[in-house]
Design a binder for this molecule. Structure first.
Ligand code: FMN
Length: 211
């Protein structure tokens, strides 16, 4: 386990893409241990309607990585169009380089986690959407924090969800009953020195009693 204070853990769990060690196997039991920690997360009505799909099969990773790349090309095209005529936000070009790298190498990442939650939100009102996603996203983040503590690196990704139904078919996930929330690539990190990231100023983000 890394010797991190709780504050260090919370402020240095980064989206790792270029510093994923693609050559070192991640023990299955370690992934299970991180999921076990994640089970302490809250869920609506304590329903715990979550399911966690670990993916380390080369052919399945390749099939879904291809879906991810198709989505990434579409998304990058949309972003490029939207960015025409405006200055990129600070660090934005760096993210694209790194995201390109992840898209290219996604199938080489030793293991992935796809957290799923019972129910679908496709036609649901916002309070139900919040309830469904809010019942899996805290556990997903807990998983990533636990992974970091064990020297593993992760990156929250969602782009493959553009083709969620196709990915469900590859993995045998019952699409009509379960929503995939993310795809988390997992690898040992190359180095452990991650830093707090530049973020927006607190002033301007907080409202007390009135917007
Ligand atoms: C809901 C969500 C969806 C994301 N989807 C992707 C994705 O599909 N691919 C990717 O490379 N990064 C994805 N990210 C990672 C963000 O780009 C990243 O969190 C952000 O750039 C801040 O970097 P940091 O996590 O290192 O602080 C996603 C993050 C969130 C929270």
């Amino acid at each position: 386990m890394l010797n991190l204070t709780p504050l260090q853990l919370l402020t240095t769990t980064r989206s790792v893409r270029k510093r994923l060690d693609l050559t070192r196997q991640v023990p299955h039991d370690l992934v299970l241990e991180c999921i076990e920690t994640a089970l302490q997360a809250p869920s609506g009505s304590n329903a715990q309607g979550w399911q966690f799909v670990i993916v380390d099969d080369a052919a399945k990773k390749l099939a879904i990585a291809d879906l991810y790349r198709k989505a990434w090309r579409k998304y990058a095209g949309i972003e490029a169009g939207a960015a025409q005529g405006r200055q990129p936000a600070s660090g934005q070009d760096k993210i694209v380089g790194s995201a390109d790298y992840l898209a290219l190498h996604l199938h080489e990442v030793p293991v992935w986690l796809i957290p799923c939650i019972a129910g679908r939100t496709d036609q649901a009102p916002s309070w139900q959407q919040a309830g469904v996603y809010g019942s899996i996203l805290p556990a997903t983040w807990s998983f990533m924090l636990a992974a970091r503590l064990h020297g593993l690196a992760t990156c929250w990704t969602t782009l493959h969800l553009m083709y969620e139904r196709e990915a469900a078919a590859v993995l045998g996930i019952p699409y009509e009953q379960f929503t995939q929330a993310a795809l988390i690539p997992i690898a040992y990190s190359l180095g452990e020195d991650f830093k707090p990231a530049p973020r927006k100023e607190l002033a301007g983000l907080v409202h007390t009693n009135s917007w």
